[in-house]
Design a protein around this ligand. Sequence first.
Ligand SMILES: NCCCC(=O)O
Length: 479
Amino acid sequence: KQRLDVLGLYPRSGDGWTEPFVKYTAELALKHISENTNLLNDYQIVIDWKNTQCDGGIALKQFIDALGKNQNQTYLVVFGAGCSVATSQVAVISYRYGLVQIAFASTAPNPGNNVLYPRFVRGVPSDLKAVPARARFIQQNNWKRVAIINEQDPIFVSSSHYMENVLDLLNVDYKVEDITLDGTVPLEQQVSILANNLRGYRIIIANMYEDAAIKLFCYLYKQKEKYLLPNIATWLFLGWFTDQWHDKQGVLVEVGCTAEQIATASNGALGFLVVHSKKHFMGQTNNNQVTIANRTTAELYQEYKELILERINNDTVRFDREFDVHDAYVYDSIWTLALAMQNASDEGFNLTEISQKQNLEDTNIFSKNSEFSSAVYNGMLYQNFIGWTGNVRFSGYERLNPQVQILEFVDGNLVYRGDCENIPYFDDFTEDSINSIMCSLDETFTYWNKETATDEINNMYTSEAIVALGVLLSLCIFA
Ligand SMILES: NCCCC(=O)O
């Protein structure tokens, strides 16, 4: 069979978000694709995997090295790169080599900019949908003043801009603080300034990767006044931290905390995960619909687990964690990629011939305007099939109709606690569309307590009002 080469970029390891099972999930999808006699019959998709370590610079180097070194290999598509920091670095140039890039996990809003990234598709919904969900949660709890802490990177700052607009719309006061891990200012110093600036704030919207969260919690934990920690303040993270996110030894050694301290410090924080339905992905919804792979989701999940357990025997990665929803998106993104290549072939593109050319910038086939990349790109966007994650359909550049799940941080794991439903279809969020969201929580909290959080804030307002009144009275008396 003729090889169809794909460059696979994923965060197998690293300090930020990691997902070591991407490669195995893709293997499962390719196995099922090869069983389908109507799909790429004379071809075999081969993925050349590189570990980006959730780092933009490493991802870019991997991309350039792969295209430069593999003179006999022509990549037809880029699959990845997992973390949005890595994905956006690659997507800003991959199209110039005539490459369509499909992401399976990059959820930050900014890679969706189709002027900057014109051949980028994502097989996963974006964190943008967590903006109205978190805002609605704040509104439902009647909280009027919040802090936003962003890790300084466009991928988090873009989320924050949307959030600031929505908070303006809902008349919620907010203060934005940034932290950077670029070494320009020691983080310990930044955290101490931040803690001072946020004295009195009890609701914190946090946009950051795992390493930033570990460092931030470590320094807050070491401080004498721990008023910003989640046992007093309510933290609203994005919900894609993997289980055991707090146990990254390199980062812990750097800041001088233990994994147990971080787990304790973060207990009770909440995460908002944009996802179609984790229960469905795990075959727990009695949905017997047969997917494109001729299997139900329950059967896919079972086969996935068996394959991972088999592969893990020969691997160093650990399995003691919850199922990562992104693996289901990996699976469907591989199908999307294969179906799009089949579409291009049906439209008359000779995949064998194209596979034997090289990825050179601005040649006829491999240019940013190449007809082949255009056919593959459109082939992806117009897909409509039943996959592991449900009905795989795209709106613009990403998956349609996700919901948002609320998770609680419990001993370093993220545990399901509720849902926000009726997430707006369009991203120009209005007061009405936010009001129609309904966030509900089950009653099984371990650490986070809605009443305590709200009482704390009310008490704080009361004590602030008393202090202000006292100051006013003293001024009147002295006058
Ligand atoms: N969504 C999980 C990976 C985080 C990111 O987009 O970088």
